[in-house]
Ligand binder design. Structure first.
Ligand code: ATP
Length: 370
């Protein structure tokens, strides 16, 4: 079991030492993962890390080269896509242009041996769920992009799959509509109780919709956690850097008692204090990961903060709700600090080339091995 799996809970999906090779190339590398019932699970990672390959194996379009894949405790190797309680919704939606919304949703049901009246009842239910009842008689070209997305979702859920795979489900929508639709997707997932697995390039989207996120790299899983777990407690520099903005300060660790460590990071500068659950030994190399919004920037030396260091402002970006500062420290290191602009700025209190103090609390950062 991976450290993030619960050995007492039965997974809906289990990958056990799954490897997928294309010729000599290993796309998925000895991967073990549990996905539980009713989860909204996101696969995140750079292009080519194997997200689509995972989805295609779940859907049954590809088989693992070795290892075991289970759905509800049963081995699914060799079971064809249409015989699995799994459905996949593609970015293109693949709606039939000549069929009405109603007929599009009914299509998969008609191919089974379901009673006509039951089909009608199920389609009505799906129309209601996705707020499309009014549009039942229209063709796909007579409805908006957001509505088309909901038709595709209704159609994918009509046969009540145990697992729905969503490949960039909101990729065709503009930003505002995309954000609204994220909340709809979460509502629908919750009310149907179907397990959703989503692949998206938009990290913010994954963090918004998912109950757990897996961060992948080169066919492996680096960390699985809740969105806040991934953001606040990344297990590696790779994960910290992949999700959001982060400052990484390299140094040498000295234990300071009570789970605290001091990090020597530059000559002639006092060390930074950091807390960590990991056991670091004296003299070990480590990386302190600290998010820009955890760093305060002031003109006077702060009295309270554990870590304070002087630097000069290289540049400032005003983003409306936030301002971002790049501050160069004596050792040459550049630190990014971000402050919320909660009050209207009458004048900039800190400007370019100012000498400033940046500071943060010992518990605000995460000390990482690599
Ligand atoms: P993206 O975010 O760009 O869609 P991804 O994480 O989904 O990327 P995959 O499509 O799963 O990545 O591909 C993983 C790796 O496997 C890539 O290097 C890709 O080139 C390779 N690959 C995928 N399918 C095949 C195939 N049929 N034959 C050979 N190589 C393949």
């Amino acid at each position: 079991f991976a450290p993030w799996d619960d050995p007492n809970e039965k997974p809906l999906i289990r990958f056990e030492n799954v490897t997928k090779k294309f010729g000599d190339f290993t796309a998925i590398d000895d991967l073990t993962l549990n996905i539980y019932e009713r989860e909204f699970f996101a696969l995140l990672g750079p292009s080519g890390c194997g997200k689509t390959t995972m989805m295609r194996m779940l859907a049954g379009f590809e088989n693992p080269t070795s290892g075991k894949m289970e759905l509800s405790g049963k081995n699914i190797a060799g079971i064809p896509p249409n015989k699995r309680a799994v459905n996949m919704m593609f970015q293109s939606y693949a709606l039939f242009p000549h069929l009405s919304v109603w007929e599009n949703i009914a299509f998969g049901l008609k191919r089974g041996n379901m009673d006509k009246r039951d089909i009608a009842a199920r389609v009505e239910e799906m129309l209601k769920l996705t707020r499309l009842t009014k549009f039942a008689g229209r063709k796909p070209h007579q409805i908006s992009g957001g509505q088309r997305q909901r038709v595709a979702l209704a159609r994918s859920l009509a046969k009540a799959p145990k697992l729905l795979l969503l490949d960039e489900p909101l990729g065709a929508l503009d930003k505002k509509l995309r954000q609204d639709t994220q909340f709809e997707l979460m509502d629908i997932q919750e009310s149907t109780g179907t397990t959703f697995v989503i692949v998206t390039h938009d990290q913010e989207e994954a963090m918004t919709v998912a109950s757990r996120v897996a961060v992948m790299d080169e066919g492996r899983i680096i960390q699985v956690a809740t969105p806040d777990g991934i953001y606040e407690a990344p297990n590696s520099v790779y994960v910290a850097d992949f999700i959001g903005d982060v400052n990484i300060i390299e140094g040498t660790v000295k234990p300071a008692g009570d789970g605290m460590y001091s990090l020597a990071w530059a000559e002639n500068e006092p060390p930074f204090l950091a807390s960590s659950d990991l056991p670091f030994s004296d003299g070990q190399k480590a990386h302190l990961a600290i998010r820009p919004e955890k760093i305060a920037i002031t003109t006077e030396k702060p009295e309270e903060a554990k870590n304070a260091v002087q630097g000069s402002v290289l540049d400032i970006a005003y983003l409306g709700n936030l301002s971002t500062y790049h501050v160069q420290l004596a050792g040459g290191q550049i630190i990014k600090a971000q402050t919320a602009n909660t009050r209207r700025l009458s004048r900039r209190s800190i400007t370019w080339e100012d000498k400033v103090w940046i500071s943060w609390n010992a518990t605000a950062g995460v000390l990482l091995e690599q």
